[in-house]
Write a protein that binds this ligand. Sequence first.
Ligand code: ADP
Ligand code: ADP
Length: 220
Amino acid sequence: QPSLEVRDVTKAYRGTVAVDRLSFQVRPGEVTGFVGPNGAGKSTTMRLLLGLDAPDGGDALVNGERYARLDRPLTHVGALLDADAVHPSRRARDHLLWLARSNRLPDARVGEVLDQVGLASVGRKRVGGFSLGMRQRLGIAAALLGDPPVVMFDEPTNGLDPDGIVWIRELVRTLASQGRVVLVSSHLMRELQDTADRLVVIGRGRLVADTTVDDLLGTV
Ligand code: ADP
Ligand code: ADP
């Protein structure tokens, strides 16, 4: 069973506590929304899960392991992070091809993920000419390259137009219906309340709520 688990995790930066004894678990087959105001600690939590930083205390686990211990991480977990940047002179397809090869994934995955995110027709274009929405799609293509059972998207609707927002909603629903673990963050509750099955709400690094959307919002 794929899983994401944060166990009593704490992380401080120069005295600022970004994540404070946070614990939650994400189950497969449902979309879990990760909600909290800007600065609440959502990105930090995702970075810790991805091994981009180490927690000061606690455990941040992907499929029961620390990221650093996973063999071929892209086949375990795919992520779209806020700060993901691709060099502007890079062509979308070449970027994905490089990523596929450095992770020992078949070249054929590149065409598949470009199709999946709707970028097939611009695969040969340079990323420098992409809109923010297209860059988000490219980041999602990279996240899906290894067909991972766990996906994490940090504020994926940033820069997307209304069609793009609908597209992301449908994509995360599909990924969950395939039995994947899906964690999607937003600082806006309303962006997640129709998409997510469960909500993990954080504020100042601490867990505020971990519940179904129906229970939290009193809907039936
Ligand atoms: P969110 O993703 O919910 O907006 P973040 O995880 O980005 O929140 O930030 C949580 C807190 O940690 C904020 O106070 C932020 O300023 C701080 N923080 C995050 N990353 C760093 C860093 N690399 N250096 C210093 N402070 C950081
Ligand atoms: P080791 O496991 O051999 O100590 P690592 O490279 O895995 O070395 O981790 C370096 C430091 O960061 C260690 O103190 C480790 O406990 C901590 N660390 C790294 N990743 C995680 C994680 N996902 N959860 C908890 N602690 C972690």
